[in-house]
Ligand binder design. Structure first.
Ligand code: IMP
Length: 177
């Protein structure tokens, strides 16, 4: 039961909001006077995405992409499945991909390949969190919020078995890894 798990705060609400503003400023400079299709990778990035796009001063079109790799465990299954496709083509558009966390890198790698195959004009990637010690495949991320140790984290959209997405800060779940 989630109430029996011990959570320890790792990144505060304030630190998150400072970082989101910083990434938002960089993206506003990049997309000044342009239109960008901002892709929210469901479900984990919905909160980061909602905050980030409000900091981007450009013409933003929202799209949602569903992928699943964990299937109720705290370790990646290594298999990425598309659960929801984009609503519209992205060919010849500036595309911004917004992910919650890069762990093994398999999901980001899959997303980059899948989107690049659709021939966008440009593809920029950002992830709120990166666990550098867990990377198994090479994947380039243009904007990273925080590098964190190999700990399972929840909150600010990230879940454990569907729980804790509503916690407004990033917390480490004790005893899972
Ligand atoms: P990867 O394919 O191993 O890089 O995993 C990426 C996906 O796994 C992320 O988009 C998250 O949904 C999920 N994930 C990885 N690490 C964590 C974590 O510590 N907490 C919650 N979800 C995680």
């Amino acid at each position: 039961m989630p109430s029996q798990l011990k959570l320890t705060e790792l990144i505060s609400e304030e630190a998150l909001s400072v970082k989101v503003r910083e990434i938002g400023r960089a993206l506003s400079d990049k997309y000044k006077g342009k239109e960008v299709v901002a892709i929210c990778v469901l479900k984990g990035s919905f909160m980061f995405y909602a905050d980030l796009i409000r900091e981007i001063n450009a013409d933003v079109v929202s799209e949602f992409f569903g992928v699943s790799s964990y299937q109720n465990s705290s370790r990646s299954s290594g298999e990425v499945r598309l659960t929801l496709d984009l609503h519209s083509p992205i060919e010849d558009k500036h595309v911004l991909l917004v992910e919650d966390i890069v762990d093994t890198g398999l999901t980001m790698n899959y997303l980059q390949k899948t989107l690049a195959a659709r021939k966008p004009k440009s593809l920029t990637t950002c992830a709120l969190l990166l666990k550098p010690s867990c990377l198994k495949v090479e994947c380039h991320v243009d904007h990273i919020g925080f590098e964190i140790p190999d700990e399972f984290v929840v909150g600010y959209g990230l879940d454990y078995q569907g729980y804790f997405r509503n916690i407004p800060y990033i917390a480490q779940v004790e005893g899972l890894i």
